[in-house]
Design a protein around this ligand. Structure first.
Ligand code: PGA
Length: 264
């Protein structure tokens, strides 16, 4: 068996409670036969769906995460959700620093660092999203941007937490309806930068951290992306929001990864 592959989706501000529960149950029934030793499947729906989702979906087959979190346990933080509130729902995975949080809502690397630390200290897995803008890419500073997002995002994080850290590389210019997917070669180059930075930050423990690619992943590019060295999984938006299509994408990507491992 090759390395474990990560497949996940952030549902953003789409799908209410019943749509989310139906989607998750369909995804579970479609993918049940795939061994969870081979894949880690996770879905990150909106806050309002979390309670129903955790109660009505078989979480042995899908991990459910939250899209954001405040670093404080409680206090005068109107509109925020705390780690204790997520834990009360049984949520143990939280996405931090998604591109839309950074660029639509103005979150900074320093805030992402506080969230990462709080999530880890509360026993949760932290999925830190990073990625350069089109302008930064144009100036040839993508690697510098990724390195600084990682170095600030994981500042002062003990390497003992490495097995509860995931990274998603999502170039800002590749995300959403107006995005252009990164070429597999470019994504591989940036994943190498990421893995090297993780090694620098955490020492050997950094080698355990999976790095997923996200940004306009679709059935046409998933296979070529997943076989790139350093890409440990696919973090998919739109192309995953139909359970049948996501199931097909996962199976096809797994098949390509297997073929590639057999050849090596
Ligand atoms: P997309 O979204 O696949 O629809 O581009 C990716 C993301 O924002 O995680």
């Amino acid at each position: 068996m090759g390395k474990k592959l990560y497949f996940g989706s952030n549902l953003k501000m789409y799908k209410g409670i019943s749509d989310t529960v139906d989607y998750l149950n369909k995804l579970v029934s479609n993918t049940k036969d795939i061994s969870r030793d081979e894949i880690e499947l996770f879905i990150i729906p909106s806050y309002t769906t979390l309670q129903s989702a955790t109660e009505k979906v078989d979480r042995e087959f899908v991990r459910i995460g939250a899209q954001n979190m405040c670093w404080e346990e409680q206090g005068q933080f109107t509109g925020e959700i705390s780690p204790l509130m997520l834990k009360e729902l049984g949520i143990d995975l939280v996405m931090i620093g998604h591109s839309e949080r950074r660029h639509v809502f103005g979150e900074s690397d320093i805030e992402e660092n506080k969230k990462v630390k709080s999530a880890l200290e509360h026993g949760m897995t932290a999925l830190l999203c990073i990625g350069e803008t089109a302008e930064q890419k144009e100036y040839g500073i993508s690697a510098e941007v990724l390195r600084s997002q990682l170095k600030i995002g994981f500042h002062d994080v003990d390497p003992k937490y490495a097995d509860k850290i995931w990274v998603a590389y999502e170039p800002v210019w590749s995300i959403g309806v107006n995005g252009t997917p990164a070429s597999p070669e470019y994504a591989a180059e940036m994943h190498e930068v990421i893995h090297m930075a993780l090694r620098e930050i955490f020492g050997e423990a950094g080698d355990k951290i999976p790095a997923l690619y996200g940004g306009s992943v679709n059935p046409g590019n998933a296979d070529a992306l997943i076989v790139q060295p350093g890409i440990d999984g696919l973090f998919t938006g739109r192309a995953a929001w139909d359970a049948d299509k996501f199931d097909a994408l996962i199976r096809s990507a797994m098949e390509s990864a297997k073929k590639c491992a057999d050849k090596a």
